[in-house]
Design a binder for this molecule. Structure first.
Ligand SMILES: *[C@@H]1O[C@H](CO)[C@@H](O)[C@H](O)[C@H]1NC(C)=O
Ligand SMILES: *[C@@H]1O[C@H](CO)[C@@H](O)[C@H](O)[C@H]1NC(C)=O
Ligand SMILES: [Zn+2]
Ligand SMILES: [Zn+2]
Length: 361
């Protein structure tokens, strides 16, 4: 391997405890195996899940933790059996870096539902090492979990597509939410919700943003292109909108009542839940029975679908609205993310942090 050996000594930012504060860390990744792609990381989005994992909100965090699962960069080295990628290719990595390849979901190209899925970080690689994410200058990933980023997509704005984007694109395809003219509501204008508005518009749907905050209306209409806005705290507006939607994309990650939203759905309407809520949600069963409504969930999307989504984004000129930050702003960005104070995704310019420094040798 010669000079490339140094690329396996990685520099990143890790949390060392549940404070979630990150500080520099160095570690070694495995040598490039036959199916491995070594990636020089240039950009990494910050997802709400990162915040929860860094702070051990799910109770399963292992430290040190190098978070980040919305990663884009360039191929630095490929293993001898890697066919689809070569040095310098623009690539991305999302939430997963492994699966069993043998179970029913894997065989149906839905490896995100594989019980043996390997998370991009806070998990264990087949070689026994911890998995570390994109808040670092290099990652090594099995070729089956690496995505080509089309030339026309900027690497910074493409990064959040790999979690926030696919989280909403996959259920829209699966549940048939692609018929122009159908009416779609979106609850929660965060990273995932804003992509919901963009994809729904790209599929030709009539989009209503539903929010508790009147201040979101201008933004929803003028910046994101929503067709309508519904203030969920205004009972009159909510009543007037009864049975006016075919679909609702619910991205709210905290406890909230479902009944007021179910009432907005027309007959056969679908409420798709994408936010991981830490406690059980309740609803009145008559609200789904009388109207044959459906409540469903969905989890990210497969590599195959993600690849399809990236091409769709080129075709329809869809990308994420991002705020690019430098690595020394990581702690502060987490604080702001906690308050939803970002339009709509932070993306860390990882490449820049290493520009001025010569690579370790
Ligand atoms: C693509 O989208 C960007 C921003 O969302 C916009 O500035 C640009 O004009 C669009 N390009 C085309 C060809 O529609
Ligand atoms: C984040 O905060 C910790 C604790 O205050 C500090 O040690 C660390 O350098 C900060 N990290 C960054 C990237 O600024
Ligand atoms: Zn995520
Ligand atoms: Zn499997």
């Amino acid at each position: 391997m010669g000079s490339l050996d140094s690329l396996h000594h990685v520099s990143g930012w890790a949390a060392h405890d549940a404070s979630g504060q990150v500080s520099p860390i160095g570690y070694t990744v495995r040598e490039t195996g036959p199916n491995d792609v070594l990636i020089k990381v240039l950009f990494c989005g910050i997802c709400h899940t990162d915040l929860h994992q860094l702070r051990n909100d799910y109770g399963a965090s292992k430290y040190p933790m190098v978070a980040g699962h919305e990663v884009t960069g360039l191929v630095a080295e490929v293993g001898k059996d890697v066919k689809g990628f070569k040095d310098g290719d623009r690539v991305g990595v999302g939430c997963l870096v492994g699966s069993c390849h043998g179970c029913k979901p894997c065989k149906q190209d839905m490896e995100q539902y594989c019980p043996k899925r390997i998370w991009t970080y806070n998990d264990v690689s087949p070689d026994g090492r911890p998995t570390y994410g994109g808040f670092a200058n290099f990652m090594i990933v099995d070729q089956s979990f690496v995505l080509k980023i089309p030339d026309n997509l900027p690497l910074d704005a493409a990064a959040p597509l790999l979690c926030a984007g696919i989280t909403v694109y996959s259920p829209m395809k699966h549940f048939g939410m692609t018929e122009p003219g159908k009416r779609c509501g979106v609850i929660g204008l965060g990273g995932v919700g804003h992509m919901g508005v963009k994809f729904a518009k790209a599929f030709g749907l009539h989009v209503t943003v539903i929010s508790t905050s009147p201040s979101k209306e201008n933004e929803a209409r003028l910046v994101l292109g929503a067709d309508a806005f519904l203030l969920s705290t205004d009972e009159k507006q909510m009543q007037a909108a009864a049975q006016s939607l075919d679909y609702i994309i619910d991205t709210v990650p905290s406890p909230h009542p479902l009944d007021p939203y179910l009432a907005l759905l027309d007959m056969n309407g679908k409420l798709i839940i994408l936010g991981v809520v830490p406690s059980p949600l309740q609803f009145v069963t008559a609200n789904i029975i009388l109207g044959r409504r459906l409540i469903a969930g969905s989890f990210i999307g497969s590599i195959k679908e993600t690849s399809e989504m990236l091409n769709f984004c080129v075709e329809k000129n869809v990308s994420c609205l991002i705020e690019t930050i430098q690595a020394d702003y990581l702690n502060k960005s987490m604080k702001r993310l906690e308050k939803n104070d970002v339009r709509y995704r932070f993306v860390v310019d990882i490449g820049k942090a290493f520009e001025s420094k010569p690579q370790a040798s």
